[in-house]
Design a binder for this molecule. Structure first.
Ligand SMILES: Nc1nc2c(ncn2[C@@H]2O[C@H](COP(=O)(O)OP(=O)(O)OP(=O)(O)O)[C@@H](O)[C@H]2O)c(=O)[nH]1
Ligand SMILES: [Mg+2]
Length: 211
């Protein structure tokens, strides 16, 4: 089985080289999806050995990872952030349960939600799926599942897990290391709309089958 790492990146020229280069050590393919960067993110990522997907102009995180999923050649896809909070050395750990056929979606979980609104989303998600962190951007999944997902919310909080669950995926979490960054954490206003979107998914009853 082959592995593709998908890295969504907007204005991450300071960190992208290190992340993409380290990811390459653990993957057959690294795809950096950039839209709307006004810095040298794409050029630096290319120098680090990544394939670059330019996904239009400011289409957002969700559309970025979906573009990466469509381009990925690997059987397994890992998504990881470019801002340095995730350690690429944890990629094999997150991908292992998929290699072993034990899960279809693995969340690289943090021990503490970054925001109160994320804790609320986690609480709601846990009404259906026992997972400590439904908002993490560090995850592994089968390509087959990745291509099923619609992901139409304001962000992936709660929804990535719930959608996968309703498609019949086996979802588990593995704790990963989080590297503190000095990036200021803005209030995530999008989580107000996202809460209602998550509630909509929670009201669904029937689970399906992947593929
Ligand atoms: N291509 C693309 N990447 C994006 C976009 N928005 C965010 N990203 C990337 O997605 C990853 C996660 O974005 P962050 O802004 O760090 O989101 P977050 O981790 O939920 O937020 P923080 O807690 O503030 O770090 C980073 O690698 C970003 O560069 C976007 O619109 N397009
Ligand atoms: Mg971040």
């Amino acid at each position: 089985m082959t592995l593709t790492v998908v890295i969504p990146a907007r204005n991450e020229e300071k960190t992208i080289y290190k992340i993409a280069k380290a990811a390459r050590q653990h993957a057959d393919e690294v795809i950096v999806v950039d839209d709307g960067s006004v810095d040298a993110t794409a050029q630096i990522a290319r120098e680090a050995g990544a394939k670059i997907v330019i996904n239009g102009e400011k289409r957002g995180y969700i559309e970025a990872i979906k573009a990466g999923f469509r381009q990925a050649e690997g059987d397994i896809i890992v998504t990881i952030d470019a801002d340095g909070e995730h350690n690429p050395e944890n990629i094999p750990l997150v991908a292992k349960p998929i290699y072993d056929g034990k899960a279809d979606l693995v969340l690289g979980t943090r021990d503490k939600a970054a925001r109160i609104s994320e804790s609320l989303m986690n609480w709601l998600t846990n009404l259906k799926v026992k997972i400590s962190d439904s908002c993490t951007g560090f995850r592994a999944l089968s390509k087959c599942l990745a291509l099923e997902l619609n992901l139409k919310g304001r962000c992936t909080c709660g929804i990535f897990v719930l959608e996968a669950y309703y498609y019949g995926a086996r979802v588990i979490g593995v704790p990963v290391e989080i590297i503190p960054t000095d990036k200021p954490r803005a209030i995530a206003w999008r989580h107000i709309g996202q809460t209602f979107y998550v509630l909509g998914w929670l009201l669904r009853k029937r689970r399906g089958q992947i593929g």
